[in-house]
Design a protein. Structure first.
Length: 358
């Protein structure tokens, strides 16, 4: 498959110049699992790992390739494997704070402890589908979190409410979502009952990359399989059966749609901590920010101050308490993480300065 069909563009061509005099090939990461990668390179699938030098120069999780990334690779002659020597700067990345394993504590409803790090879940994407099912999984504050991360990534989000076949009241769900989503498209579908599935046609365009995010069991893989048709299903989803006959996706994987669109199916996210700038929160909560700007005092704490627009809106019901609390929650979390984020940045710069001197 040609590079241009995989989303390659002039900007990547420019970034590739850095490596042009070397004998490297370019490839797109279609699967990554524990630092082992599957790449699509000139129509061939290669198994690859990063070189020793690459590892030596990389300190953060985000320095390593993720699904959707473009990398430069040296292919072993006559084999379907190679070594990754570089990562082309990303156009965008959907990231979250890496879930902390071990030593985690919850304080004020916030997870603390462990190494604070950013985790790239998918790179170089054109559309982020946020999937939620209209059953017990439905949760507005979770949608608000996904939206903040999508805004941070700078990619158009689209909300998919799946399993409409299990509710008689889809309008209620849609209107709740619309209240927090503004101009973000919202589509109610059923992948198993084939309801409104043609809404995906607008997004499935040649050379574009779309990604599905959402909790486990909301139907991301079922939607992906529907879109790919029987042919796609044969290209083996990487899934593990959990003993109940259900297949839980264990690794993100890029699949290829007949239109030439690339679909990334991801494993369900149990945790979605914010690792982003305040501006992403502000963009998501522009209704709250607009009110804050109307407060009489610049440093209004929205508590007992005279002329507080937030207080007034909460009293009149123009602003719901849940919405305001979501805003405060996210704002607090981003602020809390921003200190760790800055410290990680300092560490990283030190590491790089040392490396440059060598
Ligand atoms: N009723 C109903 N069930 C659905 C629909 N779409 C998917 N399901 C069911 O939901 C269950 C989970 O679907 P999956 O596609 O595996 O969910 P997933 O989001 O990929 O889950 P993970 O891979 O664990 O993240 C399966 O039993 C599907 O048959 C739908 O539109 N309606
Ligand atoms: Mg799945
Ligand atoms: Zn105020």
């Amino acid at each position: 498959m040609e590079k241009s069909k995989l989303g390659w563009n002039e900007s990547f061509e420019e970034k590739y110049m850095l490596y042009k005099d070397k004998d490297f090939l370019v490839a797109r990461v279609i699967c990554s699992e524990r630092y082992k990668y599957k790449l699509l390179c000139n129509g061939e699938i290669l198994n690859a790992e990063v070189s020793g030098r690459y590892r030596y120069k990389s300190q953060r999780h985000r320095d390593y390739p993720s699904v959707g990334d473009w990398v430069v690779v040296a292919k072993f002659i006559g084999e379907t494997s190679g070594v990754i020597h570089g990562l082309l700067e990303r156009e965008n990345a959907f990231t979250r704070k890496m879930p902390v394993s071990g030593g985690r504590k919850i304080r004020d409803g916030r997870i603390i402890g462990g190494t604070p790090e950013e985790q790239v879940l998918a790179a170089n994407v054109d559309t982020v589908f946020i999937v939620m099912s209209v059953d017990g999984n439905f949760n507005i504050s979770r949608i608000e979190r996904y939206l903040t991360l999508a805004y941070n990534c700078g990619v158009t989000p689209v909300i998919i409410l799946n399993k409409v076949d299990v509710t008689d009241n889809i309008e209620k769900y849609i209107s709740e979502v619309r209240e927090v989503a503004f101009d973000v498209p919202v589509h109610a579908v059923s992948a198993t009952s084939d309801i409104n599935m043609d809404c995906f046609n607008t997004y499935m365009l040649s050379g574009k990359t779309v990604v599905f995010f959402g909790s486990s069991g909301v139907g991301k893989s079922t939607i992906t399989n529907y879109l790919l048709g029987t042919e796609g299903q044969k290209t083996s989803m990487i899934s593990t059966s959990n003993g109940k006959g259900r297949h839980t996706t264990s690794t993100s994987q890029m699949l290829f749609h007949k239109t030439g669109c690339m679909i990334i199916d991801t494993p369900g996210l149990r945790e979605l901590q914010l690792w982003c700038d305040e501006s992403a929160v502000d963009k998501n909560f522009r209704d709250v920010v607009e009110l804050i700007e109307k407060c009489k005092y610049r440093d209004c704490k929205h508590d007992t101050e005279i002329g507080c627009a937030i207080k007034k809106a909460l009293e009149s019901g123009d602003l719901s308490r849940n919405r305001y609390e979501s805003y405060l929650d996210q704002y607090g979390e981003v602020n809390y993480n921003s200190k760790a984020k800055r410290m990680a940045e300092v560490q990283y710069n030190k590491f790089y300065t040392r490396l440059d001197k060598k």
